[in-house]
Design a protein around this ligand. Structure first.
Ligand code: TXA
Ligand code: MG
Length: 306
């Protein structure tokens, strides 16, 4: 159920849960210090309690309340990318962030989203936790209709239209004096080099940096096939400027020259497969192994593994 900014404000102030638009994907939001509402987020999503939430703030000054000595480079990242699709994970003052939302870790993920409605909402209500507004393991929501598919037509959604990026934020984690890549996302890895002087890379540890990476992700009910040879007997998820002879049905990711377009369309297409009762689909993954295409390939591989 689409609601206004005023309705969203009053629901959140009375410790409710509301879906909010961001430039990446819709989020399932609550005031960070509303314990019952935060618990409800985990329950609604069927999210494992070991998977912590991102805290959405409105300014760099908000962040300084939670962490007294951020790394110097954070100010540079903030100037370059916030408000926008970057999430930074930092050690925090654990007295100030409820253990529930950081899953007991000594760190917290922060992001300043750029969607104007959500920025206004945070300015009125204060910092909001918000995981992506989808059932755990399923494709994220990039429109109010997607949120309603997962949580019902009476679930309150602040209507901000379609999400501009359509894919989650890039996550960087600060550890041992350096930034590491926690999750590929809407900002390509190489965009950080001019700011930091190096490209943050994934740490190769036994434990994934983001606890969320343990869990099944982004997967529709349809089985996705990523093998190189495209079978003409299956539905095809592919590009509008390529020809797939004999395919019984076709789901377009847009131009094969635009990773932004592919990411914008990705979750809508994955959801459409299920809406149309498709059991198996072949995905065209003949794309360059660089830039934002790496985010596209990572999401598709996770969705296929589900
Ligand atoms: O674009 C986004 O980031 C969206 C919008 C709504 O802001 N949010 C989002 O949240 O994608 P979620 O909960 O679906 O994914 C957050 C990821 C999870 O993989 C989680 O494990 C990781 O961030 N994360 C959160 N807190 C963390 C922490 N303290 N240390 C490491 N990873 C963390
Ligand atoms: Mg998610």
């Amino acid at each position: 159920m689409k609601i206004s900014l005023e309705e969203a404000t009053s629901l959140l102030l009375s410790e409710g849960v509301v879906a909010i638009p961001t430039e990446t994907v819709y989020g399932l939001a609550a005031k960070y210090d509303a314990h019952a509402a935060c618990e409800q987020i985990f329950a609604l999503k069927k999210r494992p309690p070991a998977n912590p939430l991102i805290l959405h703030i409105a300014s760099y000054a908000d962040l300084l309340f939670f962490t007294s000595s951020p790394p110097e480079s954070l100010q540079k990242l903030s100037d370059a990318f916030w408000p926008g699709p970057l999430t930074c994970v930092l050690p925090v003052d654990t007295q100030k962030v409820p253990a529930l939302i950081r899953s007991g870790l000594p760190t917290q993920a922060f992001r300043i989203p750029s969607h104007p409605l959500t920025l206004q909402l945070i300015q009125k209500v204060g910092p909001l936790v918000a995981p992506s507004a989808n059932l755990s393991g399923k494709p994220s929501s990039v429109s109010p209709e997607h949120v309603e598919q997962d949580f019902g037509c009476h679930f309150p959604v602040l209507d901000g239209g379609m999400c501009q990026n359509g894919v989650e934020s890039t996550i960087l984690l600060f550890q041992e004096g350096r930034w590491h890549l926690g999750r590929l996302g809407a900002i390509p890895q190489e965009a950080f080099a001019p700011i930091l002087g190096y490209t943050p890379a994934a740490l190769h540890t036994e434990m994934p940096l983001c606890p969320g990476h343990y869990f099944r992700h982004y997967a529709p009910n349809a089985r996705l096939h990523l093998n190189q040879s495209i079978s003409c007997h299956k539905a095809i998820v592919g590009f509008s400027d390529r020809i797939y002879p004999g395919a019984p049905s076709f789901f377009s990711l847009g131009s094969s020259h635009s990773p932004q377009e592919a990411l914008f369309n990705l979750y809508t297409v994955l959801r459409k497969l299920d809406e149309e009762g498709i059991s198996d689909a072949h995905v065209d993954i003949h794309v360059p192994q660089e830039g934002l295409w790496l985010t596209f390939l990572e999401r598709i591989q996770k969705a296929a593994a589900g």
